[in-house]
Structures are given as structure tokens and as C-alpha cells.
Design a protein around this ligand. Structure first.
Ligand code: NAG
Ligand code: NAG
Ligand code: NAG
Ligand code: NAG
Ligand code: NAG
Ligand code: NAG
Ligand code: NAG
Ligand code: NAG
Ligand code: NAG
Ligand code: NAG
Ligand code: NAG
Length: 842
């Protein structure tokens, strides 16, 4: 199979075009007075400012309210607060321009959230303890104000529209302003090469969710800075965040972990025997609090983290965050003062039988049997993890120094030793500044970089024309590939060393192996859009290694169908596999995939034998052209049976994988995105428009939950973010409408790599009065529009850049005029650099 694919891709490569720089428009933006649409604009000029951009709220209101106001930042006495609304999601380092301070010092508690409702609950819409995403894990933070002038917080807040600031200690605080020093691209959407607009404002708005989600979730190298600071004497200074871990000290059995810690404020935290950057965390989570001296944050939660106490937790955190469960198992009061700003020696003994003993400065402060709590163990549906290790970081609003870490085996042998005084520890512990382009799962939330999500989002990025956010994160993925050929299903943002890469990728083995096939699809479409042969060529050995890994680890040995590595045979993984292999139709036939094994004659649908059908398979079957057109038609006719107000979903309890935790069906935007793609392939604009209205129009409604970006889930009734506050609301896994409008509504798609030849084939049943747009290619922009005149006749225009040739298929039958010459039929050729081609239906 590998060899065959090599031939296939080589054939494409030979016909591929060399990519060139974007050229400017070649018809000079002439007046479009005679057409149903306004003239197609050129990209707006934009110069990236040399200084970081500051963003400010559009509303400041006194108290806690979603009402807009124009209030002063005036926090006279404890309890006073202001609510800030930025109008849409923003990201960056929070800053506060303090004008007056009426007491020797003051403390403010700040909340950040995408949904307004987050401000109404104690934890806001966090915490996000899935990974250290080089940002804040917590969505509530406390700052000490000791002087007037600018106060900035340390951590990046990844994505939020709403913010509240509450005075919790001191008095007489006023601020000139507050906001974020942006850590994401702030270029206006209109300045991007790609563009789309429609007579239907909702469609225009939906297209624009794509580029904004990209700005919030995709970052250039060096833009997300390390969350640890390292000193050559005092070791690592770590503020409250997800405890970060190392492969080097992993998998010790029967050992004692010891380190020196100096609490700067609040406490110190660590974990032992916990998964290394896996999808679960079950090792004990330990937080040792200080004696909370005078000046400590007054809002320390003394029920969760009382003073002079060792708190024992398990799971992701000491708190719950919807699907990221955390447990507080126990507290051990320390019978003496745990002082701040002094070095302490902390030892944790793990004999390997589930029991633990903790000593502080040589005195035992806790002993427990983790298993005996009988809670928080790794759920059986997660495959086993290859690496367990220790991890360091304090809890929320705490900070501490860590140094001289040792792991000593029961035999007395030293297993790991690190003074923690060199900058290298950031790379070892996976908390270093990003050295690659990174596309996060979402602006906020778990902030791993998930590989499979990009099958959908990369297409929208291409429609906008910022290729580096497709090839850049692809390079990151290849950088994390290991010798088996495996590319991890998700990645830290951090630069890693070889050992860290190997261990972290192995740690995820057998999870979502079929996402490698989605990754092939990312590479394939990128290459189609850009003709970047160099890229494909330079990664070819890695691509074939990945395919051989995928084939060897995800084909069910009994049935020969695809799996995701751990799922068992399923149709979807099989389609992904076929999709990612060359000559997929031929191979699919050889394996019998278009025969009766998946076609259920009585039911009239495709499914694994004995199984019911699933909506994402309708799209996958359409894209891989499995079966006959008649069978696919019958399969699609099942779609209305899966309709909810918010979109399409398989029944709960059965195939619906998004109701694992109960609480009702959620509409997955990833599945919605795939459906839209399949509908585009099928040429069913009417159902596609209906799907856009159900699943995506709620995301452009300017209510309190609007973020200007794509959401992750939608409620089944189509009204609010589906997973409540956990829902990422700047999430790209479902961002297909941006690509859909460009590729199927404008109808512009390459027919050879790099748009040397392309087609303009709009959906014939799209009902907007007009649509228009710009489509980025390596040769420059294609400008195109089509729409109905007052007599109901369709007009079109296409202008192509030099070096390209397009074939236009007008979206109607019958004759038309081309550049005024009437009675034409069939397709029309548009030659790049030779002006605008206009078509008018006769
Ligand atoms: C929020 O915190 C307060 C103070 O700790 C507590 O009384 C209240 O029950 C908390 N609310 C929820 C929903 O946990
Ligand atoms: C936009 O298009 C959708 C789907 O065709 C339609 O339901 C909606 O009414 C249109 N809105 C406007 C303002 O034309
Ligand atoms: C806040 O500042 C005051 C005054 O400098 C200081 O006494 C106190 O320790 C500080 N608190 C924290 C948590 O840093
Ligand atoms: C304090 O912790 C308790 C759990 O111990 C939790 O129920 C409560 O919501 C927390 N309060 C705040 C203000 O976070
Ligand atoms: C988190 O939720 C689980 C149930 O899903 C519960 O058992 C556990 O006690 C909760 N943890 C906390 C810290 O409240
Ligand atoms: C720890 O608890 C588990 C479950 O109660 C028990 O089976 C085990 O024997 C205990 N281990 C020790 C060393 O006491
Ligand atoms: C612990 O580690 C430090 C630094 O790596 C080392 O200097 C020290 O000797 C070690 N101490 C013990 C008891 O192993
Ligand atoms: C092709 O891909 C490489 C990354 O391998 C990138 O550096 C280069 O800019 C790309 N070329 C074009 C024309 O996009
Ligand atoms: C399988 O596909 C081939 C080629 O498209 C077609 O000739 C054949 O009829 C298909 N078989 C079935 C059972 O659909
Ligand atoms: C075909 O689908 C029907 C439901 O429509 C189901 O009862 C039957 O078991 C399916 N047949 C097979 C072979 O899966
Ligand atoms: C906003 O989202 C929340 C869930 O996060 C939901 O409860 C609320 O109803 C939504 N509000 C509106 C106006 O849709």
C-alpha cells in the first residue's frame, strides 16, 4: 500500500506547480454598477504594529452585570466591583492602569470568561488543567496592588470576552483603564487575502468566524512564553498552574522523591506517579499551604486549601471542570507553622503499593493509602499509559521556588537528580516558549494542540490564505514524530528535547491513531491549494513512516476494517484510512468496501454489520465515493431523521459519543463541519444552508455568549454553548463554514496543485441574492462573485491571476452571454491576467 501511494503522490507532484508570491489584483477593482453585487474589495491595508497591541473593553459597568455602561474604574471599598465586556473574545496579558491607591496595599480578584455566566460562579469558566498551554490554567486570579501605575499579571489569559474586577482588600482604588496586551494577531479580518461576503449577512458573519478563531487559536513561534522562570541559585520559580512533568524521572518503582522548596506566597504543590501529558491524571496531587501570614491573599479558600495543611487530591485538579474531573480526597493538618520565604525539605515516599508518606523538614506530616479512597482512578475506557512521573507546580494564586530534586530508589541508588537551576528544565518539563507554529485546540480550555481537529480547520485557514498556519503546525507534528512512525494525536506547545518527545508521544500510544489519516488529509489539501512540492518532498519519508505505523496499528486483524487504535473496527476510521491512501476507490474496491459488507439493503444505509448508521459516515461515505450514487442518495435521505433544532446528532446512549457524561445530547461542531463538507461534495446547498442556520447561525447572534469565533459544542435546542461553561468558544475543530463558503458557495477549488488550473463551480441551489469573495492562491487572488438580477437571472464574474486558468461551470442550465457575447453554453475558460470574465444568464 505504501509503495502504491508513493506512485500516486509522485504523479501529482510531477504535475504540481511551483508556488509563487501573492500577486495583486489584475482588474483594478472596476465599478460593478451593472451587477447585483457591490464591487469586490481589495484586501484592506494593514501594517503589523511594532509594539504589542493593547485591547480595551467596549463597556465598563459598575457591579456585576451584563448591561453595558460607561462607568469609572472605581473600587472604593471591599466588595466593590466592575464588569468589563470586550464585545468578542480577546486574549493576552491582563493589565491595570492604577491611578489611586487609598491604602498601603490592596488586593483585587479578577475573573475571565468567554460566556457571561462564568462571572456568576466561583471558578469562572475554568480551570483548564489538561495541559500547560503556556497560559493561565485558572480563570480567577488575585493581584496585589502596592503602588499606582501599571500593574500586569504574569499569565496570558487565552480567550475571553468578559472580565470582572473586585476589590477584596484595601480601599480607594481607581484605574484609568484596564485591558489586555494582546498575544494574538489583531489584524482586521478585511486585511486577510481571503474574503467572502453575501447578501445574507448571517452567511458573511459565519465565514468570518473562521479567520477570528484562527487568530485566537493559532500562534507563531516564540509568541507564547514560558510559564516558569529559572534562577541559577534559587532554581525554578513556579506560579500556580498545572504541575509539569518530566520523562527523565519517569517510571521509578519504590522510591523517595525529595526537593527543596521556598514558598513565596500561599503554598507549594507537586504530584507523584501521575501520567505524563496523557488524557488522564490519577497520581496523587499534593498541595502544602503556608501559614498565610499577614498580607496573604484574603480570598484563599480556607475550605479547599486551609493554612498549614497538606491537601490530597486526585484527577485533573482539586476542582471539577465539567468533563475534567478533579477530586479532593483528604487534608492533613501540619502541627507546626509552614513558613514562607524560607527553604524547606520535602520528601514523598512511594513504596509502590499505593501508600505514600510525606515528610516536611524531616518530620512526617502525612501517610495515606491512595487506593483505599476508592475514587479517581483511571477510567477503564482510557488505554494504559506508558509513563508515570512526578510533577511540580503550586495551586491557584500561590508561588514557590523548587530546587535540588532527587529520586532515590529503595536500594539507595539515585534515579534522578536535578538542581533545577538551568534554563533547560523548561524544555525538560514541557513549559518552554513555543518554537514551532502551534494551532491550539481552542483559545482557552485544554490547550493541547490536537492533530485531528485540523482536518477541518486547515481548510478554512487556506480559504483565508495564511498558509503558515497549515504548514507550520504540520512541521510541529512532524517534529514530534517518533521512530515507530507515530505522530502524537496531541502535543504540548513547548519546545521539547528528544527524550521528552519520544516519551510524550509513546505516552499517547493507541489513542486516536486514525487522526494520522486526518493529518494526511491536511497535507493533501495544503498541497492542492499551494502546489508546495518542496514541503511534501521534504516530509515524504516521515509521511510514509506515519502511514506504515497507522496501517500496522489501526487495522482490525479479524475484519480488515479500520479502527482508531483502540476502538474496534468502525466505518469512520475505515473511511479515514481509505481517504488517506492513494487510489482510494480502487483500493476500497479491492478490499470490498463498496460491497454488501457495509451496505444495509433493508435499512438503506451504510454501517458496520449489525450497527445503526451515523451522521458523520454520510459525509465520509460521500467524500470517499463508496458504493453507487443511488446508495449514497438513499443514505443521505436518512439525515432528516437525525435532526435536532441545533443540527444533526446520532441518538444518545448509542452511537452519540458526545453524551458520555450524561446531561443530554450536544451538537458536535466537528461532526457539523464534516457534514457540511459532505453536503458540499454532494452539491446539496439547500441542506447545507439549513445546517448553517441550525448549527452556526447561533454563533453569530450578538447575545451575551457571542465571541466572534467558532464554538466547540452547541446545545441540542440550538441556543447556547453545548457543554456549558466548559465549551470552548474559540474552537476550530468545527470551523468548516469558512472553507465551505469559499470552496462550494463561491465554488472555487484547485484542479491541479497550486491552482495552475482551477474550477469555479458554485452550488446551483444556493439561495442568497449574491455572494462575492477573494480566493488566495500562490499566484495571487482570484476575485469572483455571482448573484441574481431583479429579473431572477444569474450573473457571474471571475478574475484570475496570471499563471492560472479556470474553468467556470455556471450554476444554472441553459445559455448565457460571456463578456457580452450571447448564446454560449457549457463551461467557460478564464485565463489568468487577461481581465475579468462576466457571465449573464440569457
Ligand atoms: C462559592 O463560594 C462560596 C464561598 O466559598 C460558597 O459559599 C458557595 O457555596 C460557592 N458556590 C458554589 C456553587 O460552589
Ligand atoms: C439567509 O439564508 C438562510 C438560509 O437560506 C435563510 O434561512 C435566511 O432567512 C437568510 N437570511 C436573510 C437575512 O436573507
Ligand atoms: C501584598 O503586598 C503587601 C505590601 O507590600 C505585602 O505585605 C504582602 O505580602 C503582599 N501579598 C502577596 C500575596 O504578595
Ligand atoms: C471553596 O472550596 C469549596 C470546596 O472545598 C468550594 O465548594 C467553593 O466553591 C470554593 N469557594 C470559592 C470562592 O471558590
Ligand atoms: C467532581 O465530580 C465528581 C462526580 O463527577 C465527584 O465525585 C467529585 O467529588 C467532584 N469533585 C469535587 C472536588 O467536587
Ligand atoms: C490500600 O488499600 C487497598 C484498598 O482498600 C487495600 O487493598 C490495600 O491492601 C491497601 N494497602 C496497604 C499497603 O495497606
Ligand atoms: C540532590 O540533588 C542535588 C542536585 O542534583 C545534588 O547536589 C544532591 O547531592 C542530591 N542530594 C541527595 C541526598 O541525593
Ligand atoms: C513550502 O513549505 C515550506 C515549509 O516546508 C515553507 O517554508 C514555504 O514557505 C512553503 N512555500 C510556500 C510557497 O508556501
Ligand atoms: C463498486 O464500485 C465499482 C466502481 O465504482 C462499481 O462498478 C461497482 O458496481 C460497485 N459495487 C457495488 C456493489 O456497489
Ligand atoms: C439493517 O438495518 C436494520 C434496521 O433498519 C437492522 O434491523 C438490521 O439488523 C440491519 N442488518 C444488518 C445486516 O446489519
Ligand atoms: C449563554 O450560555 C449559557 C451556557 O453557558 C446558557 O445557559 C445561556 O442560556 C446562554 N444565553 C443565551 C442568551 O443564549
Amino acid at each position: 500500500m505504501r509503495r502504491a501511494q508513493l506512485v500516486f503522490l509522485a504523479t501529482f507532484a510531477a504535475t504540481g506547480a511551483l508556488a509563487g508570491p501573492l500577486a495583486s489584483r489584475n482588474n483594478g477593482g472596476k465599478s460593478a454598477a451593472s451587477t447585483p453585487w457591490p464591487s469586490i474589495p481589495d484586501p484592506e491595508a494593514y501594517t503589523k504594529p511594532s509594539e504589542p497591541v493593547r485591547v480595551y473593553p467596549i463597556s465598563v459597568a459598575t457591579g456585576l452585570t451584563s448591561e453595558h455602561g460607561n462607568a469609572k474604574y472605581k473600587l472604593d471599598s471591599v466588595g466593590d466591583m466592575v464588569t468589563l465586556d470586550y464585545g468578542c473574545d480577546q486574549a493576552g496579558i491582563p493589565f491595570f492602569d492604577v491611578e489611586t491607591l487609598g491604602s498601603t496595599y490592596a488586593q483585587i480578584e479578577i475573573k475571565y470568561t468567554e460566556s457571561y455566566n462564568g462571572l456568576l460562579v466561583n471558578q469562572s469558566d475554568g480551570p483548564f488543567p489538561f495541559a500547560n498551554g503556556l497560559s493561565s490554567e485558572f480563570r480567577v486570579e488575585t493581584l496585589n496592588i502596592t503602588q499606582t501605575g501599571e500593574l500586569t499579571s504574569f499569565f496570558v489569559q487565552g480567550s475571553q470576552r468578559w472580565q470582572s474586577i473586585k476589590l477584596i482588600h484595601g480601599s480607594g482604588v481607581t484605574m484609568k483603564t484596564a485591558g489586555f496586551i494582546s498575544t494574538v494577531d489583531q489584524a482586521p479580518i478585511a486585511s486577510k487575502p481571503g474574503y467572502f461576503a453575501s447578501s445574507n449577512q448571517t452567511m458573511t458573519d459565519i465565514w468570518q468566524l473562521g479567520p477570528r478563531t484562527q487568530q485566537l487559536a493559532c500562534f507563531p513561534p516564540g509568541s507564547q512564553v514560558s510559564t516558569w522562570e529559572v534562577d541559577s541559585e534559587k532554581g525554578a520559580y513556579i506560579r500556580g498552574q498545572k504541575p509539569a512533568t518530566t520523562i527523565k524521572g519517569a517510571n521509578a518503582k519504590s522510591y523517595t522523591l525529595s526537593f527543596e522548596a521556598m514558598i513565596d506566597y500561599g503554598g507549594v504543590g507537586w504530584r507523584v506517579d501521575t501520567e505524563v501529558d496523557n488524557i488522564y491524571a490519577e497520581g496523587p496531587y499534593l498541595v502544602l499551604t503556608s501559614n498565610y501570614p499577614e498580607g496573604s491573599f484574603v480570598n484563599y479558600n480556607t475550605s479547599l486549601v486551609p493554612r498549614n495543611t497538606l491537601v490530597l487530591g486526585r484527577g485533573w485538579s482539586l476542582q471539577n471542570q465539567t468533563t475534567l474531573t478533579g477530586y479532593k480526597l483528604d487534608t492533613f493538618e501540619v502541627p507546626f507553622d509552614v513558613t514562607e520565604k524560607e527553604w524547606h525539605n520535602i520528601e514523598t515516599n512511594s513504596p509502590g503499593d499505593g501508600t505514600y508518606t510525606v515528610r516536611l523538614d524531616g518530620k512526617q506530616i502525612a501517610q495515606f493509602n491512595l487506593t483505599a479512597y476508592n475514587i479517581g482512578a483511571r477510567p477503564p475506557y482510557f488505554p494504559p499509559c506508558a509513563y508515570y512521573s512526578f510533577a511540580f507546580a503550586p495551586w491557584q494564586d500561590q508561588a514557590a521556588w523548587y530546587r535540588n530534586v532527587n529520586v532515590t530508589l529503595a536500594s539507595g541508588q539515585n534515579y534522578y537528580s536535578n538542581p533545577m537551576t538551568s534554563e533547560d528544565v523548561k524544555i525538560e518539563y514541557g513549559v518552554a516558549t513555543n518554537s514551532d507554529y502551534v494551532c491550539s485546540d481552542a483559545g482557552k480550555r485544554d490547550r493541547f494542540s490536537w492533530l485531528g481537529d485540523r482536518q477541518i480547520s486547515a481548510r478554512s485557514i487556506e480559504a483565508v490564505g495564511e498558509w503558515e498556519y497549515v504548514w507550520g503546525p504540520a512541521v510541529q507534528a512532524f517534529d514530534h514524530q517518533i521512530s515507530s512512525g507515530e505522530i502524537p494525536s496531541n502535543m504540548l506547545f513547548s519546545e521539547l528535547d528528544l527524550l521528552g518527545t519520544q516519551g510524550r508521544t509513546e505516552s499517547l500510544d493507541l489513542i486516536l491513531v486514525d487522526w494520522e489519516n486526518k493529518f494526511v488529509s491536511v497535507l493533501y489539501y495544503y498541497w492542492q491549494k499551494t502546489g508546495n512540492d518542496t514541503f511534501i518532498q521534504s516530509y515524504w519519508p516521515q509521511m510514509t513512516a506515519m502511514m506504515s505505523y497507522t496501517i500496522s496499528s489501526s487495522i482490525d486483524p479479524v475484519t480488515g476494517f479500520g479502527t482508531n487504535g483502540a476502538s474496534g473496527a468502525n466505518l469512520y476510521s475505515t473511511c479515514l484510512m481509505i481517504d488517506s491512501l492513494e487510489q482510494m476507490i480502487e483500493m476500497g474496491q479491492a478490499l470490498g468496501y463498496n460491497k454488501s459488507r457495509t451496505w444495509n439493503e433493508t435499512g438503506g444505509f451504510f454501517a458496520m454489520p449489525g450497527k445503526d448508521y451515523a451522521v458523520q459516515d454520510m459525509s465520509a461515505i460521500e467524500r470517499t465515493k463508496i458504493g453507487t450514487p443511488e446508495q449514497r442518495e438513499t443514505f443521505w435521505s436518512k439525515l432528516p431523521g437525525r435532526e435536532e433544532p441545533g443540527g444533526y446528532v446520532d441518538p444518545p446512549a448509542g452511537a452519540n459519543q458526545f453524551d458520555l457524561l450524561g446531561g443530554g445530547v450536544k451538537i458536535s461542531m466537528n461532526v457539523a463541519g464534516e457534514l457540511l463538507w459532505g453536503l458540499g461534495e454532494r452539491g446539496d446547498g439547500q441542506t447545507a444552508a439549513n445546517l448553517l442556520m441550525r448549527s452556526f447561525a447561533p454563533q453569530v447572534e450578538r447575545n451575551v455568549n457571542y465571541t466572534g469565533a467558532y464554538w466547540e459544542f452547541l446545545s441540542a435546542d440550538g441556543t447556547y454553548p453545548g457543554n456549558d461553561l466548559e465549551t470552548a468558544q474559540s474552537h476550530y475543530w468545527g470551523g468548516s463554514p469558512t472553507a465551505f463558503m469559499t470552496e462550494y458557495v463561491l465554488g472555487v477549488r484547485p484542479t491541479t496543485p497550486g491552482f495552475v488550473t482551477f474550477e469555479v463551480k458554485p452550488l446551483s441551489d444556493w439561495s442568497d441574492t449574491w455572494v462575492q469573495g477573494r480566493v488566495p492562491t500562490p499566484h495571487g487572488l482570484i476575485y469572483t462573485a455571482w448573484g441574481y438580477d431583479s429579473a431572477g437571472k444569474i450573473h457571474m464574474e471571475v478574475t484570475a491571476p496570471k499563471g492560472t486558468t479556470g474553468t467556470i461551470s455556471p450554476p444554472f442550465s441553459g445559455s448565457f452571454s460571456v463578456n457580452g457575447k450571447s448564446h454560449q453554453a457549457g463551461t467557460v475558460t478564464v485565463k489568468g491576467g487577461q481581465g475579468k470574465v462576466t457571465i449573464a444568464q440569457d
